[in-house]
Design a protein around this ligand. Sequence first.
Ligand code: PMV
Length: 336
Amino acid sequence: MGTGRHPDYVSGVKETAIRASASGKVILLGEHAVVYGRPAIAIPLSGLRATATLIPHLGPFHIQAPAVGINAPLSELPPNHPLARIVYLTTEHIRRPPPDALLRIGSDIPVASGLGSGAAVSAAIVRVLLAWYSVPLDSPTISALVYEVERIYHGTPSGIDNTVIAYEQPIYFVRGRPPEPLPVGTALHLLVADSGIPSQTREVVGDVQRQWEAEPARYERLFDRVAEEVEEARRAIARGDVRALGKRMSANHELLREIGVSAPVLDHLVETARRVGALGAKLSGAGRGGNIVALVEESTASAVEEALQAAGAVRVWRTRIGEPTNHRNSEPSLIP
Ligand code: PMV
């Protein structure tokens, strides 16, 4: 014990890699206002995932993340590098050393687009390290560890990204409180369309803060109106009223425009989705770039998807909520 080596590896019986994953996410309503204590609703994108694989090897912990050009021993990365930080935070939390292993990171989630790619990579790393040491998984702990790394990316994150990704289920979220599961009365069909324009959450959140400081009363009123839309949307989701939910999402987009975080490309995608039959649409995440989310009926999903592509979306994903979440997706697995 205490060597940090996988027991099977030490005994030489087998050399088994372990893989864990974490989903992306989309904010359905309430972004930005959530930083100021108002509620928000977020859902996992279980089909879009980051993976972390630990492969036993004869040397100190080494990280490979080809998408961001990293191939280095842990000791050569700055301690505050997000990948190094989550390894140190997790191993310190469980009082074990980084194991003699190669950590390989992969992800289908586009970066800087409001889909939670940074939080998903961190969550996958926490999960695979816990699995390596056979420490039971616990969503609040995973969420808290990932939050520490989100602070490097975002400055003052509300905590919604790490929470929805760690719990991997639709949530109603208020900053500083445990998340509440979201009862869903009927299946919801959503399209997430990527504008292809990167969005830097830290900058957009900083701009909103400056505007709030300059005009606090106006911004507080806007955030209160966002909160009303979130509450109405939550009730609409619970009773399966997709038309009411669509209206709330569209109203939330108008408020995000007033808050100053939309962009012509996002407005264009939102208007396109609504024109061709979406029940509602809005930007999702920090804004200025990144993604929009549209609520559709199953019968119109293909038409809206094609229209979004024709309007310039670089990628469109379909997702459905209201089905039991496949939690097995996020459980670590042994790789023969
Ligand atoms: O990471 P993004 O782009 O989904 O933005 C997070 C949502 C914000 O409300 C804008 C910021 C936050 O910390 O909640």
